[in-house]
Design a protein around this ligand. Structure first.
Ligand code: C2E
Ligand code: CA
Ligand code: CA
Ligand code: CA
Length: 278
């Protein structure tokens, strides 16, 4: 009887119920969002030490007809849980590749890369290599300008087949970044076996480099690790000139963050971010 009481209490918890209903409604709307053309890709520049744009990261935005812009942290987890990340992720790849193809006619943007976030569930679908091959063919995008950003979580299970798939994708010409590096569980021993072009130092380490000597040590170590593996490294979430200066002094050469630009619609992308006096 006690147990039943607890269950009832749980069932009628109004806050929990509101959350469940809200979630169900969002999932319902998410199912329609691709067809209703509610997604847009925003792009955030990745710059070098001279603040020259080298590429961009594609970041998904959902413009819900009633709620306005729903942040990705709210709907990407739902998309992953429901499998909707597969059609949504395909739309992201098609849109980013179409953008890459269009930039081939644009002298200022021809050399830019586009990094696309790919979730583990997407990478693990059996048809992913074929899907990407078709998207590249259909759009005419240069594969060597496409970067796929994976997080360490894709290495949680079946590392061997993940490595094999990454190698197959490399043969198409695309390259890989390991995103949010340092926040996950990846074993350093896998790192040298993965075909990676670069590591991305997670924003959480950059945030506190001046307040937290541990975070500073971690950021410095990740940069050094990338150097010794002879791969690139991008610092994420750079917000101040002091952070950039510190990163440059510690050997980092690529930067992404609000200091340079927020993610913006493609029509708002400047060829070079506005230089702040620093
Ligand atoms: P992420 O891949 O780590 O992307 C970087 C996030 O940091 C973006 O948030 C970006 O707007 C934010 N950011 C960049 N620089 C700064 C900064 O200087 N300060 C602050 N405060 N934030 C900064 P966003 O766009 O909200 O995306 C959140 C996450 O959603 C992404 O994290 C990524 O995991 C996921 N996501 C976004 N688009 C896609 C997508 O197309 N597919 C998948 N699977 N996931 C996506
Ligand atoms: Ca990313
Ligand atoms: Ca990241
Ligand atoms: Ca993140």
């Amino acid at each position: 009887a006690k147990g039943a009481g607890r269950n009832q209490l749980c069932f009628f918890d109004p806050a929990l119920q509101a959350e469940t209903v809200e979630r169900a409604l969002l999932v319902r709307d998410l199912r329609q969002a691709v067809d209703n053309d509610e997604f847009k890709l925003f792009y955030q520049p990745i710059v070098d030490t001279h603040r020259e744009v080298k590429g961009v990261e594609a970041l998904l935005r959902w413009f819900h007809p009633k709620h306005g812009m729903v942040p990705p942290d709210r709907f990407i987890p739902l998309a992953e849980q429901t499998g909707l990340i597969l059609p949504i992720g395909q739309w992201v790849l098609e849109t980013a590749c179409a953008q890459l193809a269009a930039w081939q006619q644009d002298m200022q943007r021809k050399e830019w890369t586009i990094a696309v976030n790919v979730s583990g569930r997407q990478l693990n679908q059996t048809s992913f290599v074929g899907l990407l091959r078709r998207v590249l063919q259909k759009t005419g995008a240069p594969a060597n300008r496409l970067r796929l950003e994976l997080t360490e979580s894709v290495l949680q299970d079946n590392v061997e087949s993940t490595i094999a798939k990454m190698n197959e994708l490399c043969e198409l010409g695309v390259r890989f970044s390991l995103d949010d590096f340092g926040t996950g569980y990846s074993s350093l021993s896998y790192l040298k076996r993965l075909p990676l072009e670069q590591l991305k130092v997670d924003k959480s380490f950059i945030d506190d480099i001046f307040e937290d000597s541990c975070d500073a040590a971690i950021a410095r170590t990740i940069v050094a690790l990338a150097q010794s593996l002879e791969i690139g490294v991008v610092a994420e979430g750079v917000e101040t000139p002091e952070q950039m200066k510190w990163l440059v002094e510690n050997g980092c050469q690529l930067f992404q963050g609000f200091l340079f630009s927020r993610p913006v619609a493609p029509e708002e992308l400047a060829a070079s971010p506005i230089k702040l006096s620093s």
